[in-house]
Design a protein around this ligand. Structure first.
Ligand code: GLN
Length: 308
């Protein structure tokens, strides 16, 4: 198996080689615009403990919206099903930072993987905590899941996003006006910007996502992180909503639950098989990694890991 997977990863790398550097690095968060667009990394961690990495798989990058999968896990563990009274489970067909549906839908965001929904999720993590406790909980969870105490927040990226965060502030104020945000807007934003600014490598991210590929338990430590039923649901939401208004396209081409971030990372889950992280900072028009998506499409075709 090892040789096979290593060969497949080598094939994936050569298939995207000519495209590396294409797409546009996110520049609406100034600190992200300085990232080298030619970076490309991939890490696969299988449920039986095999790891295959290639390219810049050890280099930390800003996980951005990939963090939303982990905060969703934490929020579901903390508040359970009542979370769904405050956030839906439907794709938006709109941009990740869109505000348009919120007025029609009375401040209830469509799903937890768009910015508005993620702000509500973060709000639940702030319940009874101050912002530094809440971000410490998130980082601690990721350190445990990645099995690496080096996972940390890049304070410069968080600051940069805070300085240019008017859109997220608008979403938060708007939802608060509908009574769907309990915390102070500044506190929610502070935690949200820091969770997005967590930096991790592909290897760390693939390791961290492994419980989602293994029915909610960590195959290496044997720890149950979330129930199997809840894991299915998190994966279902990743499949239907994890790539914003390109979620259908990602399902069509890749066929795996996935979550993208504007740092160019994507976490993809092959249930019962593997957790996969790719990173390439150039984004397509929707804000998903262009080369990362192509790499996952090739990987899914070669491995047959599509869930369909
Ligand atoms: N921090 C980013 C934002 O809120 C996350 C967006 C993303 O990765 N799609 O705008």
């Amino acid at each position: 198996m090892k040789a096979d997977l290593a060969e497949i990863v080598a094939d994936v790398c050569s298939s995207v080689e000519g495209q590396i550097g294409s797409g546009r690095v996110a520049d609406y968060i100034p600190a992200l615009s300085r990232v080298d667009p030619r970076k490309f990394g991939i890490a696969i961690m299988t449920c039986d403990g095999e790891t295959v990495c290639a390219g810049d798989a050890e280099e930390p990058f800003s996980i951005q919206s990939v963090s939303k999968v982990f905060t969703l896990t934490l929020a579901l563990e903390r508040v359970g099903a009542p979370l769904w009274d405050r956030v839906g489970r439907e794709p938006t067909g709109s941009a990740f930072n869109s505000i348009v549906q919120l007025e029609h839908e009375a401040g209830i965001p469509r799903n937890p993987l768009v910015n508005a929904g993620a702000l509500v999720v973060t709000d639940t993590l702030l319940d009874g905590k101050n912002p530094s406790q809440a971000i410490n909980d998130i980082v601690a969870f990721l350190r445990l899941r990645a099995d690496d105490p080096a996972v940390r927040v890049d304070a410069e990226v968080a600051q940069s996003e805070s300085e240019t965060g008017d859109r997220n502030a608008s979403l938060a104020h708007f939802m608060r006006s509908f009574g769907n945000l309990n915390g102070e807007v500044d506190d929610v934003l502070s935690v949200y910007f820091q969770q997005c600014a967590i930096e991790m490598s592909c290897r760390q991210l693939a390791r961290a996502g492994l419980y989602l590929a293994h029915a909610g338990s960590d195959p290496i430590s044997d720890e149950q992180i979330v129930s199997e039923a809840r894991t299915r649901r998190i994966n279902a939401i990743m499949m239907s909503c994890g790539h914003y208004d390109a979620s259908g396209d990602f399902a069509f081409h890749v066929g795996l639950p996935g979550k993208s971030g504007v740092g160019g990372g994507i976490l993809a889950i092959a249930p019962r098989r593997a957790s996969i992280a790719v990173w390439s900072p150039g984004l397509n028009d929707v804000g998903n990694s262009l080369v990362g998506s192509l790499a996952l499409e090739r990987l899914s075709a070669l491995t047959g890991w599509s869930v369909f």
